[in-house]
Design a protein around this ligand. Structure first.
Ligand code: PEP
Length: 252
């Protein structure tokens, strides 16, 4: 895929249809001039088609889904398949977000199936991972991240990895207001490139976009994005305020 500047907004289970369309239209207006930054928005499933339609002619602005089923189709009441997402104009899907791992007990095996289904349906995957607070405190953060990456990524080829972004999201920083320092983020992102280089190739390691996520906001984005191995951010809370999200987009 290659390195670029990326800002992604994960809206989680927030907004109704009108709020979603207002938010997109404000973000569109406030970020138009930053065409060098790839913008991706992850609204709730129900608004994906409307969101995609409202962005039809906008440069470097894409819609993604927060999740997809590990099954391709069939009797799985309430699930949404990768094919369905693709058919409404989604270009991306998040897989492995810590809230899915924690609240919905998603296992590595499920994540692998989700990625397979996503790639088969031409979706780019943003694969999320990151250590818990106890792991960081116990000095086990590198070990945890290595395992999370190896367990899942070893099942894919280098050409499949080319269609994926990675998002390092330390769980202790998600929605807590506590952000990794730029040093902590840079150190981990460099380590992630080392793992990708060992699993695949140094070319892939250098080309894979790696986002930082965890209480990234309009105040701290510039410092985080200035780190050599940080290609942008996956933003939760601050992506729900158009002015803040646009400031983050302007932070490169
Ligand atoms: C997230 O949910 O991916 C996230 C980074 O959330 P927040 O920015 O609110 O910490």
């Amino acid at each position: 895929m290659g390195r670029k500047k990326i800002v992604a907004g994960n809206w989680k289970m927030n907004t109704n249809l009108n709020e979603a369309l207002d938010l997109i239209s404000e973000i569109k207006k406030g970020s138009e001039q930053f065409y060098g930054v790839e913008k991706i928005i992850f609204p709730p499933f129900t608004f994906l088609k409307n969101a995609n339609d409202s962005l039809a002619t906008t440069t470097a602005f894409f819609i993604g889904a927060q999740n997809c089923s590990e099954h391709s189709k069939g009797a799985f009441t309430g699930e949404v398949s990768a094919e369905m997402l693709s058919s409404v104009g989604c270009k991306f899907v998040l897989v492995g977000h810590s809230e899915r791992r924690t609240f919905f007990k998603e296992s590595d095996e499920q994540l692998i199936l989700k990625i397979q289904n996503a790639l088969k349906n031409n979706l780019h995957v943003i694969f999320c991972f990151g250590e818990q607070l106890e792991e960081r405190k116990g000095g086990k953060h590198f070990e945890t991240v290595k395992k999370q990456l190896e367990n899942v990524l070893k099942n894919f080829s280098e050409s499949e990895l080319n269609k994926m972004y990675l998002a390092y999201e330390p769980v202790w920083a998600i929605g807590t207001g506590e952000t990794a320092t730029p040093q902590q983020a840079q150190e981990m992102h460099a380590y992630i490139r080392k793992i990708i280089s060992e699993l695949f190739s140094s070319a892939l390691a250098q080309n894979t976009p790696i986002l930082y996520g965890g209480s990234c906001n309009a105040q701290n984005a510039r410092e985080l994005f200035s780190c050599a191995d940080v290609d942008g951010g996956l933003i939760g809370g601050a992506s729900l305020k158009a002015a803040d999200f646009c400031k983050i987009i302007a932070s490169f």
